[in-house]
Structures are given as structure tokens and as C-alpha cells.
Design a protein around this ligand. Sequence first.
Ligand code: 13P
Ligand code: SF4
Length: 381
Amino acid sequence: MVRSTFLPALNEVERASIHERQPLPDAYLGLSDDEMAARIAAARATLGDRLVILGHHYQRDEVIRFADYTGDSFKLARAIARHPAADFIVFCGVHFMAESADILALPHQQVILPDLAAGCSMADMASPDQLAVCWTELEQMGVAGRVVPVTYINSAASIKAFVGERGGTVCTSSNAAATLEWAWRQGEKVLFLPDQHLGRNTAWAAGVPLDEMVLWDPDEPFGSLTREAVERARLILWKGHCSVHERFTVRQIEAVRAAHPGVRVIVHPEVPFDVLRAADDFGSTEHILKTVREAPDGTTWAVGTEVHLVHRLAGEVAPEKTVLSLDSMGCLCSTMFRVSPNHLLWVLEGLLEGRAQNRITVPERDKKFARIALDRMLTIT
Ligand code: 13P
Ligand code: SF4
């Protein structure tokens, strides 16, 4: 793409309004697919190398086809460093991903989330206040000095800053096992948040018995745990989960095995523990795609993750391989779904007019330590 130089700069008023969620203007409603595609293509061509569009695998087809990069959280975080010339990083994903991009971006780069309502219910299950209380209570129990905090990338920037400041790190589903190993080299115990399932599943697969893990309930004093229980544990799991992946059940696995003898079941590690144990394989969205793409022809796969990824993969590998959704109703991440081609077009045309709508800016006070934690994450593979 050609680098274009004539675009206007953002003014101060525009900078000040960046945090407010504005409704999609009427002019962007009711457009035909063809018109949107043509206008998005035209905006991309004009913006040239000043723009990079990142798309998470859960995005819908009408959006992801415009992404320069598709990937899981880890791969997309890495892609940012590859585009130092881009002034605008449009993140077709959810809020925590765009925040991480802003933390990792160069000072001149602006990160845009096409719809500010695209959040993550799991990330919302750990607030900085709850984490501060948890840490104080761990101090009162006399264990905090031996605890390394690890947060899943699905968390707010302020949570990442908290763990970064205390010698901890961020992980993604693709490096969670290596991260736990790393963390246990730094300290005796790990506090893992906010996804209890990713923490439990990863540690169990690495050979850690369940009785060396405890569940910290942030809504209860001292996590609802005794000092003795925390003292005995190697892994303190935060009581959070993904409401999309919690829908998968062992019964679904039994049903798919009965209906499709020989089927291989592959799930995302955000599923509950019993589901992971009943599956044949698990891993990040990138791992799921790679595994099925590289599988022998004639194989059948039941995939336990978000439905857009599953349907796209099914279309890509058919007819040589068969891919089914483990949940026959399909499992939709409604916040990922908020990013529509209409929103993408709106923010791109805003950039052409010098307006960075829906810009995500992480406060400076969080950036320093969140960056340290994310940089650690990028080195642990
Ligand atoms: P991946 O990093 O595996 O793509 O997962 C992101 C996510 O939010 C899964 O729910
Ligand atoms: Fe968050 Fe779950 Fe959606 Fe992933 S699938 S973005 S964890 S709500």
C-alpha cells in the first residue's frame, strides 16, 4: 500500500471526545454490503500504510475480510510492532485487545475500536479495586510476598499495570502453560486472574493436582478462603469465567461422539474443567485453526469455541474435512459481534476527515507497568 501524506491532523476537541461512545450515525445504517465493501476498500486505499486493521478470529466474515492481520490475542499483540509506519491501528476485536494495542503502540499511533461497546464480560469480572483488596488480604494472610500475579490478557489495563508493578505478567491462551512455569520460577504461588478455567485447565494439563489450587471469590472477605488453604495452595484462581465458553458441556461431547464415531473434539481452554478433560485437544483460537487445517483429510472435528470461527473454519476445510460446532445452537460472543462493517466504515471515513472516532487511550499512570507486563508476555512462549 502507498503511504498517503495529505490527511488532516486531529484537533484538540476531537482528541477530548474520544472516550464517549457515539451512536452509529444514521448515514451508516441500511447500506448495502456492496456499497460498504466499496467504501471500506476506498478508505483503506486512501489511508495506505497509515492504516493497519487487525481482526480477531471471532469477528464476523463481513468484518474480518478487511483485516490486514487475523489472529489470536498473542499474534495480534505481536503484529503491532510490525507496523511502525501506521498512524492508525483499527482493532476489530474487543476493548481489552485495543487497550493492549495502545500500550504496545508507538507514541504517534492511535488505536481505534470500531464500537466502544465491544467489551468482554470476563474482563469485567476483575476490577482494580477488587484486586487491590485481594492483595491486601493476601498480605494480611502473610503470603503476598510469595505470590506472583498473572493476569490473562482478557483484563483491563489497570489490572495489567497492577501485576506488572508487582513482578507479574500477562498471558494469553497460547502461552499460558509457559507463563505458569515462568511464574513458579519467580515465586512459590501464583495468583491467576480473571479466568479460573484457563488457570485450572492449564495447570492441570501441566501436572498440577487440583488440591494444590484454590478458588478466590472476590466478592467475599479473604476470597472465602482460610489462611491454611491459601498457604497450602500453589495456584490461587480468581473466580471469573467466560460466559460464552461456559456454555459447553460434557453432555455435548458425549452426544457428538455418539452421532459421529471417530470425531475429534477440540476446545478453547476457557471451557470448564470437566469439558476440557472430556475433549481430545485444547488450545488458543490460533491453535484450533492450525490443528484442524493440518489434520488428515477425512477427519471430523467438533470445535468448542465461538461460532464465527467455527463456521469459517468449516467452510475453509470442506469438503476434505468436516467441522461441527460442539454447541449445536452455535456459541456467539455478542460483544465481538458488535463490531459491524458499518462501524468499520464509519471509523475509516472519520479518519479520512481527520477524526479518530472511538479511540482507545490507556491513562499514562497505567501504561508504564502494563507495558512491562505485556513486554514480559511477548517474551514467554
Ligand atoms: P485467543 O487469544 O485464543 O484468540 O482467545 C481470546 C478470547 O477472548 C477467547 O475467548
Ligand atoms: Fe470475552 Fe468470552 Fe467474548 Fe472471549 S469469548 S471476548 S472471553 S466474552
